[in-house]
Design a protein around this ligand. Sequence first.
Ligand code: FFB
Ligand code: ZN
Length: 260
Amino acid sequence: QSVWGYDSDNGPERWHENYPMAKGDKQSPIEINSKDVRHDSSLAPWHASYDPGAAKTILNNGRTCRVVFDDSFDRSVLRGGPLTGAYRLRQLHLHWGSSDDHGSEHVIDGVKYAAELHMVHWNPKHGNFAGALKQPDGVAVVGIFLKVGKTPKPEMKRILEEIDNIKTKGKEAPFQHFDPSILFPKSRDYWTYHGSFTTPPCEECITWILLREPIEVSPDQMAKLRSLSKNGENEAMNPLVDNWRPPQPVKGRVVRASFK
Ligand SMILES: NS(=O)(=O)c1ccc(C(=O)NCc2c(F)c(F)c(F)c(F)c2F)cc1
Ligand SMILES: [Zn+2]
């Protein structure tokens, strides 16, 4: 059977055939409408304390570009916000479009951003990542929106410079001495809600923390991202673009905002 992907024969509309959770009541991403958001003054600020030495490698798995971190102990952790306890940073990856007017997974008041960066953390009280996926409080993902502009964040350069070494599926390169907190925007304002992986197996284990302020990337940084291939080095180049899941039913969930 065809492995899941984003094409017509294996895309989001068919994931439920092999991954029944895809039709669950707490799926991600969602459309966020400010009029339905509830400001929650009890929401604490969130804090990341990342060790740059925890960064290990960057890889192209044919579906995204992912940076992997050492999560064998509380080395790079996320605390506060809606979370209880320290969640360990495991990996970060991106979702993006074939053009600048779309590509993000979450949609904010009808706005689709060019890309969305996910920093994936898991709750060590559940033993390991696979165990955490089975728990409602198992995983926390910080989502950062990327918009195309003229004052790109120099820190994005580091990830995009590595793209040349991981052009094709399966390519991996060392990626060390990298502190992902440099990617955070100035404002710490966020939305939070309970949802799922936006890819199979679509487990409903994620506390989403979506940052309100997007960061900027340049047009040629986006072009670089779009120059990745879905295929291996001995196969035809197939641009890795539009690796985003469309918004899913909110089903009565409340999205809270840390800001008014
Ligand atoms: N886009 S997102 O919602 O932020 C998202 C975050 C993490 C993963 C992930 O870790 N997948 C690999 C993966 C699995 F899908 C497993 F089911 C599992 F058991 C793993 F250990 C594992 F690494 C997928 C999507
Ligand atoms: Zn993601």
